[in-house]
Design a protein around this ligand. Sequence first.
Ligand code: BG6
Length: 481
Amino acid sequence: MYNEFSKKFLWGGATPANQCEGAWQEDGKGISIADILTAGNKQTHRLITPQFNQQYTYPSHLGIDYYHRYQEDIALLADMGFKIYRFSIAWTRIFPNGDDVTPNEAGLQFYDRIINECLKHHIEPLITISHYESPLHLTFKYNGWLSRQMIDVYLRSCRVIFTRYQHKVKYWITFNEINGPTTDKGDFSSLGILNDHQHPSDYKEQTHHAQVRFQALHHQLVASAKAVMLGHSINPDFKIGCMQIFACAYPLTCHPDDVIQTMEEDHIFNYFTSDVQCRGKYPAYMSRYFKEHGIRIQMEKGDEDILKQGTVDFHSFSYYTSSCKSADPKKHRGDGNTIDGVPNPYLATSEWGWQIDPKGLRYSLNQIYDRYQLPIIIVENGLGARDHMTEDGSIHDDYRIAYLKGHIEQMHEAICDGVELIGYTPWGCIDLVSASTGEMAKRYGFIYVDYHDDGSGNLSRHPKDSYHWYKKVIASNGEEL
Ligand code: BG6
């Protein structure tokens, strides 16, 4: 039983390739689906433009120029005392088209440098294999994950990176936020399925028919299970995890209809994919859901065995917010990127409409651990907010410190409850482009990046107040908050 953060607790932070690397065509990189997403903001949704159009800005093309500044960035993470750093590998750096026969050596060398830099600073790398950036060529050729062919090309990439980094990397995640497409709010980034191959369209309106979404998800679940098996065959000590958006859900009232509504939404959004990945089979409640929604999953012979054998070693999730569920369809459903629900009257809300609920994190950790009894890493958490640099170059982000402090306190409570929480990698530890809005204005970092949505700024890095605070948190192993 734990009652404190273990001495080996993995404190760190997380960034993804497509929202920070930039260098979108350097050293042989191919075009990914993230590269055709335009900038947006709270009011204006991002667009998918199958053809590039000069009238738009594409934030992934420059990102925060991490490709050229990673040494400085990782040195800053090390200075904060990071024990672990979660980042993703851009599939299109390794296989520019996704289905190339041989990998792109220059792309691999970039990740050699990142990993070596981490190890030099005694930081454990945690790699997400697919984070919202599959190759665009595969969207045109196969319509993304709707095609079963994606499984093989994904595994080709897994084999290359597992083999190359087998002695350097222990922790892996197969897919970022795999459960996103279980809702009809799912966007384009996760499955790479495009409705219109010619014209710009709203990336939030790629709300495919449930049959399409769940079939594509089946392919990802099989790919994930096969990746786990492949990884373990290359190095049995690998720890390979699933990764979910966990949308902590409360009944809006104690009316039994609201409670049942919550149970049903919890099943489909919060548990379906992790039940498959952690327990190795489709959960019983999905039969009813598929029947009532006219969904027929095409499984191939052997799929059930693959799912059974390819269960994960740990559970990981992103946690930003919670929401309430109501059986009354007239109740307003609030905003969140893929999370929706009725706003909770007891909680404050961020400028981007995400409700702030640290206790929901303790509750979620307990729910997940009760269900799977697997080690857990919280791989995303944080507050997206506007930051302002004062004339003397400081950034006073006390609101972010308050948010993170509240969540770390509840992590500690969950550990006292007996939850095997082994790590914490807050989101966007360096400011980067927002995924849902495609803007720089929504910042999460401990490190400020001098770059703005109008293209101004010199991309220089500056520690915020939260940087110095988090450094103390890590140094005191979570005691000094
Ligand atoms: C998660 C994604 O959904 O939330 C990240 O894994 C994303 O890619 C993060 O950036 C925060 O969302 P946003 O929209 O504020 O960037």
